[in-house]
Design a protein around this ligand. Structure first.
Ligand SMILES: [Cu+2]
Length: 187
């Protein structure tokens, strides 16, 4: 965190230095057009600073990471989506070791009232369909189904949670939804 102001400051100093050089040396001719482009430099400096966060996406306000394990558990029972986020990303990390066919996990978002039926239809859809019925419009968003050691993510418009809730996230692998679920809501 403290590195950002420092980098920004040093970038700003470089910009200042860049502005100073071409001005006293007009005979060069060539550098003058380049100096005209220097006002864009502060903008460019902002972008790397924003991406500079090498921290996991969990640090971002419009994203969250959730873990699923070999004990059929998520490590969260609620997800708050800031209303200021146009889009929201859920990253699912399967921290277990069991294969997708025996302990697969996904993250599926539906109305709370739709969860049992969507999960039941998912069982019928089978493993190859990620235990989700194709074209099921009750599914607002869902990730891939992954096995131990894998990571996947799903990004969706936050507006999907605006009306008609309460909403839940759950895993649609057969038998997992009753244990692996939680509330998800705009706040
Ligand atoms: Cu699961």
């Amino acid at each position: 965190m403290t590195a950002r102001p420092t980098l920004l400051a040093s970038g700003f100093l470089l910009v200042l230095a860049g502005c100073g050089d071409p001005a006293p040396t007009p005979p060069a001719g060539g550098p003058v057009p380049e100096s005209a482009s220097t006002p864009a430099a502060p903008v460019a400096a902002v972008e790397p600073a924003a991406n500079e966060g090498t921290e996991p996406s969990t640090d971002t306000a419009c994203a969250v990471e959730i873990e699923g394990n070999d004990l059929m558990q998520f490590n969260r029972d609620a997800i708050a989506v800031p209303a200021t986020c146009e889009r929201f990303t859920i990253t699912l990390r399967h921290t277990g070791q069991m294969p997708v066919a025996t302990m697969g996990h996904n993250v599926v978002i539906t109305r709370e009232s739709d969860m049992p039926a969507v999960a039941a239809d998912g069982v019928g859809a089978g493993l190859d369909a990620g235990y989700l019925k194709p074209g099921d419009d009750r599914i607002l968003a869902h990730s891939d189904l992954v096995g131990g050691g894998a990571i996947t993510s799903v990004t969706f418009p936050s507006a999907k949670l605006k009306e008609g809730g309460p909403y839940v996230f759950f895993c649609s692998f057969p038998g997992h939804a009753p244990m692996m679920n939680g509330r998800i809501a705009l706040e």
